[in-house]
Write a protein that binds this ligand. Structure first.
Ligand code: PLP
Length: 449
């Protein structure tokens, strides 16, 4: 055996014996061993290169191994790796300043966490303490993380099996024009009816019992759900009317993903709290947090905030955030994400939809898109049923395998493929990815009626 093959065997063997993987039946998976990554690509030990249309888990917004960010991490590591969260330290102050300058309105204070779910946990804690109310409302089509509160706020099926901590969580239907839960005929009607449904939910739950409404600004895991114009402003108005804290979860969509720093900019809406993670460091080091409005920060001005984490604002992670934001600014990556969506991905994906009977809808913004795969454009029957697994999921599994065979790493979820390449993907790689998708979609077409 050669050295590469030995290395591969060692990685696979130790992985199988000792690594317990998320969301998986351990014996039914066979993880690809990744040998390296750069820019929009990663590769395995056999030299297969994959164009990453998933940005890992939608977080490598500046691509893999950006030299300025790896250098900044190395420099910080040589200088100071860590100090306790109670101290003031230059890179933490700077990261907080850079993030606060990019959040809307008066969300000027940053509570740092290690990742997304902890941001959601703390946002909910802040909202409950600020209002003195227990309940939190969230959408069925949502994902907010896998810790106890966050997984129960999550609306999708990953919540099942975690049903022991549902206290205080109420789910409602958000707008989704393509599969309207409100039998609406167009996005404006969908928006109006979704807001009415939310208002009814608030009234019947008792507004005096509701601390917060949490929403993904653009639904990520549930299928790149872009809210109709007016919806977020309508939720903001309901929150104001009933004294409810409005939390936007920007964990997946913040930091350039939709072509703006935060997705709320598209609709000019300012929430009371923003949860962020992922793109803030492009995932080079784990970091998340909550951006806090002046009013909520004031609640804890002379009253201790009863929450904290050993690694809150970890120095190395903050250095990565400062460098990542710097690179995004210098290289115009947010603008590039917007342009790539408007000029390349949007038109390219719509052209695929015209050619392929399996593509029911194309939706997205910036470098964040989804193709809704269906058995029939007319009936909109999903290519596989909700929460399908095993044989039922075969059409999606075959489609995913065809993408990989073509050299594209896809992010499939339910009956959809989500298209989330690095925000700075080159036009050539967009074209290449679309070509591979074009070919792979013929596999999905074979399952149409
Ligand atoms: N919220 C949203 C919208 C997410 O997409 C995710 C992760 O995908 C989370 C929260 C949870 O973040 P983490 O996995 O970093 O805890």
């Amino acid at each position: 055996m050669n050295a590469e093959a030995d290395a591969l065997a060692a990685v696979k063997d130790a992985d199988r014996k000792h690594v317990f993987h998320s969301w998986s039946a351990q014996e039914l998976i066979d993880p690809l061993a990744v040998a390296g990554a750069e820019g929009s690509y990663f590769w395995d030990y056999q030299g297969n290169r994959f164009l990453d249309f998933s940005s890992a888990l939608v977080y490598t917004n500046i691509g893999y191994q950006h030299p300025k960010v790896t250098a900044a991490i190395q420099e910080q590591a040589a200088k100071l790796c860590t100090v306790a969260p109670g101290f003031a330290v230059d890179v933490r102050s700077e990261a907080a300043r850079l993030i606060a300058e990019r959040t809307p309105g008066d969300l000027d204070k940053i509570f740092f966490t290690n990742a997304g779910a902890e941001a959601v946990e703390n946002a909910v804690r802040m909202a409950r303490l600020h209002t003195g109310r227990p309940k939190v409302l969230s959408a069925y089509r949502s994902y907010h993380g896998a810790t106890s509160t966050a997984i129960n706020l999550t609306g999708d099926a990953r919540r099942f099996g975690n049903d022991s901590a549902t206290a205080g969580v109420v789910h409602f239907w958000g707008p989704f024009a393509y599969r309207s839960p409100f039998y609406a005929a167009n996005p404006a009607e969908e928006c109006e009816r979704a807001l009415r449904h939310l208002e009814d939910t608030i009234v019947f739950e008792g507004p005096q019992s509701i601390a917060a409404i949490i929403l993904e600004t653009v639904g990520g895991a549930p299928g790149v759900l872009v809210h109709p114009d007016g919806y977020l402003a309508g939720v903001r108005a309901l929150c104001d009317r009933f004294g409810i804290v409005f939390v936007l979860d920007e964990i997946m969509v913040g930091f350039g993903r939709t072509g703006t720093w935060f997705a709320s900019e598209h609709w000019d809406v300012t929430p009371d709290l923003i949860c962020f993670a992922k793109g803030v460091t492009s995932g080079y080091l784990p970091l998340g947090g909550v951006a806090i409005s002046a009013a909520i920060a004031e609640t804890f001005a002379r009253r201790p905030y009863p929450g904290g984490l050993t690694y809150s604002g970890h120095v190395l992670a903050c250095a990565a955030a400062v460098a990542t934001i710097g690179v995004m600014e210098e290289e115009g990556i947010v603008e590039q994400s917007a342009r790539t969506g408007a000029e390349l991905l949007g038109p390219g994906l719509r052209a695929l939809a015209e050619r392929h009977p399996s593509v029911g809808e194309v939706r997205g913004l910036g470098t964040f898109w989804a193709l809704e795969l269906v058995r029939s454009k007319e009936t909109r029957e999903p290519l596989v049923p909700y929460n399908a697994s095993g044989a039922e999921n075969a059409p999606m599994a075959e489609f995913g395998a065809a993408c990989k065979k073509g050299g594209l790493w896809p992010l499939t979820a339910g009956n959809r493929i989500h298209i989330a390449p690095p925000c700075n993907i080159s036009p050539q790689d967009v074209a290449k990815g679309l070509e591979i998708l074009d070919e792979a979609l013929s596999v999905a077409d074979a399952h149409t009626a």
